[in-house]
Ligand binder design. Structure first.
Ligand code: UDP
Ligand code: MG
Length: 342
């Protein structure tokens, strides 16, 4: 297990603090003025009970709130120097807010949680214990989830699908109440709504993943920022995720296979139509026009898939080795030109 030292932050806090790992609690906040004071109060209470073992900082990210969240957060930050406040210019979404929060978190351990009090600060010690056991990412598991079936069933289906596709064994991949080893979370580069899939992204780079059961309640104040469309968005994200973790360095394996299936089907149909024409003299283009059109569509699709595969192979070369390709290879250079720095 990697040692949890607290070099730069601890140095400024004196000798005793230096021995204690720094825990950064990152909280994305969007229109949560009603819950923020209680959240921070409970977080400070928890931090106090753990002060022998850890030092704490709290990174609140205001995601372009339109209520009094920013004013409330500024007021709280004045009272407690451990609170950092990052304020985004507009509402960018939970993923962007978390990404920014992670980039500003200096902790040896980083904890992410929601601001709406659905996550209990009192559960943080259990996360930290698991990290101390040596895990890189510890996920909260809403074992006794208190939300309606409209939330629980799509989530259960998505978790089942993700476990099948990614080999992860934890129950609750999507909840954002988690703890991470600092170096693991700081290498994440998330886009879209990928905050839900951090365990998958982390496992993909070799992180060890564990889970702890957490308390869960319905939202005490306000309403969720997500509606039913989340279900469909998650399905689309899962398609991308499978591509990302399995085929990012070999996209032709996906598009090439699709191309082969389409072209094989097109060839099969064309062969049968050709046989019918030659053996029985049936004018297949006119009398079997449906099959003829199907073969045509499959053929065109197959070619498209193949070209998509080729383009993707070029793009991922740009992604992994940007600016490194040259369209030629020099054998030798003699004369003054040999001194030219390249
Ligand atoms: N959130 C955010 N930006 C957004 C939407 C949500 O920072 O655009 C924050 C929100 O303030 C909360 C957390 O993300 O702290 C989870 O949001 P919510 O409770 O609406 O999601 P749910 O619990 O329904 O998944
Ligand atoms: Mg919530």
């Amino acid at each position: 297990m990697q040692a949890l030292t607290n070099a730069p932050a601890g140095a400024a806090r004196g000798v005793s603090a230096a021995a204690r790992p720094l825990v950064s609690v990152v909280v994305p906040v969007f229109d949560e003025a009603g819950t923020l004071p209680e959240l921070v109060r409970r977080l400070t209470d928890v931090a106090r009970t753990l002060e022998v073992r850890y030092t704490f900082e709290f990174v609140l990210v205001d995601d372009g709130s339109s209520d009094r969240t920013l004013t409330v957060a500024e007021g709280l930050a004045v009272l407690d120097p451990r609170i950092s406040l990052v304020s985004l210019r507009r509402n960018y979404g939970q993923t962007a807010a978390l990404q920014v929060g992670f980039e500003h978190a200096r902790g040896d351990i980083v904890v992410s949680m929601d601001a709406d009090l659905q996550h209990f600060p009192e559960d943080i010690p259990a996360f930290l214990d698991k990290i101390e056991e040596g895990f890189d990412v510890v996920c909260g598991w809403r074992a006794d989830r208190q939300e309606g079936v409209n939330r629980r069933w799509p989530s259960a289906a998505a978790n089942w699908l993700l476990r099948r596709l990614t080999g992860l064994t934890i129950h609750d991949i999507g909840t954002t109440f988690r703890a991470y080893r600092g170096d693991v979370v700081r290498q994440l580069r998330m886009l879209g709504e990928h905050h839900r899939f951090i365990p998958v992204l982390a496992a993909n780079v070799g992180a060890s993943i564990a889970e702890v059961p957490i308390k869960n309640i319905g939202r005490p104040v306000g309403a969720s920022h997500y509606g039913l469309s989340r279900t469909f968005n998650v399905l689309l994200d899962i398609v991308f995720l499978v591509f990302y973790i399995k085929y990012l360095d070999r996209p032709m394996r996906v598009f090439g296979r699709l191309a082969l299936v389409a072209l094989a089907a097109a060839s099969g149909i064309t062969a049968v139509l050709g046989y019918i024409y030659l053996a029985y003299g049936v004018p297949v283009v006119r009398e079997r026009s449906g099959w003829f059109l199907l073969a045509l569509v499959l053929f065109v699709s197959g070619i498209q898939f193949l070209l998509f595969g080729l383009i993707s192979e070029v793009i991922v070369r740009l992604y992994f080795y940007p600016g490194q390709a040259k369209p030629y290879l020099v054998r030798t250079v003699t004369g003054n030109a040999a001194d030219v720095r390249r």
